[in-house]
Ligand binder design. Structure first.
Ligand code: ADP
Ligand code: TMP
Ligand code: ASP
Length: 247
């Protein structure tokens, strides 16, 4: 199927969203080279970022498909462009943590790197204006971010299922999955699908032996080698596939 790009619908921090000509139920995502942090207070970019992030997303969404996680993926149309099912987005950033880091470590003054006995799910309200505040489940219902408790349970279970797949996939690449954020949306039948992207922008990824950070924290914390780290993640994910294929 040949798709053609329609009008620009939305310019986000890391992607542009376009219509797809003649396809009301699809949208076209263009992965940009831009990088932002702290609700876009800090901005940057590197050449090839859009390409590397889409390639990582492609690899990981192939794993989700293998494990029957329903996603928005339709077709990659260029190195930086992707056609997906247009969803009614659920205004939540769903975060899963396996190892303590980032905002939760800071909030409770706990040591980054502490392995959690059980993975935890956290909800943030997706609102640039409010700075994506943390919210509990009752607040998600209050704000009608979700329709019901059952839907919330379904979202949390999907996030944990995604976590199981990602932990294993990254471990094969000698990477520890510290935490990550996903976004979900509903199709016209009301089915919840995994949307957006899964990349070093949306995950914390540490080298298994050295604990070196291989994700957006390199940019957030001015650690350098941002481009090289993203490329390293992609190289490891794909070399792992190659070695599996030859077994
Ligand atoms: P942001 O500026 O919100 O951080 P991006 O720059 O990544 O995000 O822009 C992509 C936008 O597209 C986001 O608002 C995201 O929620 C939205 N989006 C992702 N997947 C889909 C989808 N399948 N249907 C509709 N919207 C989507
Ligand atoms: P946090 O520790 O800052 O709450 O981040 C948790 C995870 O979510 C981490 O992997 C980074 C990711 N994340 C996003 O993808 N987008 C965001 O806006 C934020 C704040 C975090
Ligand atoms: N996603 C947010 C931003 O782009 C925050 C972050 O990732 O640190 O500004």
């Amino acid at each position: 199927m040949d798709y053609t790009r329609g009008e620009l619908i939305h310019e986000g921090k890391a992607k542009r969203v376009f219509a797809v000509n003649g396809q009301e139920d699809l949208i076209w995502l263009e992965f940009k080279d831009d990088l932002t942090a702290f609700n876009a207070e800090k901005t940057g970019s590197f050449e090839g970022k859009g390409q590397v992030n889409l390639a990582i997303t492609e690899n990981l969404f192939a794993e989700f498909k293998r494990y029957h996680i329903p996603t928005h993926w339709v077709s990659k149309v260029s190195a930086t462009e992707l056609v997906v099912r247009k969803l009614e987005m659920i205004p939540l950033e769903v975060v899963v943590r396996n190892i303590l880091a980032g905002s939760t470590a800071k909030k409770f003054d706990l040591k980054e790197g502490t392995e959690l006995e059980q993975s935890i799910v956290e909800l943030f309200y997706k609102s640039d204006e409010l700075g994506d505040p943390f919210m509990n489940e009752d607040q998600a219902l209050m704000l009608k971010a979700v329709d019901s408790k059952t839907e919330l349970e379904q979202i949390k279970q999907m996030a944990l299922d995604v976590n199981d797949i990602l932990v294993q996939t990254f471990l094969k690449a000698d990477i520890r999955l510290v935490d990550f954020k996903i976004e979900l949306g509903k199709n016209s039948k009301g089915q919840i699908l995994l949307a957006d992207e899964v990349t070093p922008d949306s995950c914390r990824l540490w080298d298994k032996s050295s604990q070196k950070k291989l994700d957006k924290d390199r940019f957030r914390r001015d650690l350098g080698s941002v481009k090289e780290s993203y490329e390293e993640v992609l190289a490891r994910l794909t070399s792992d596939k190659k070695s599996e294929a030859t077994v």
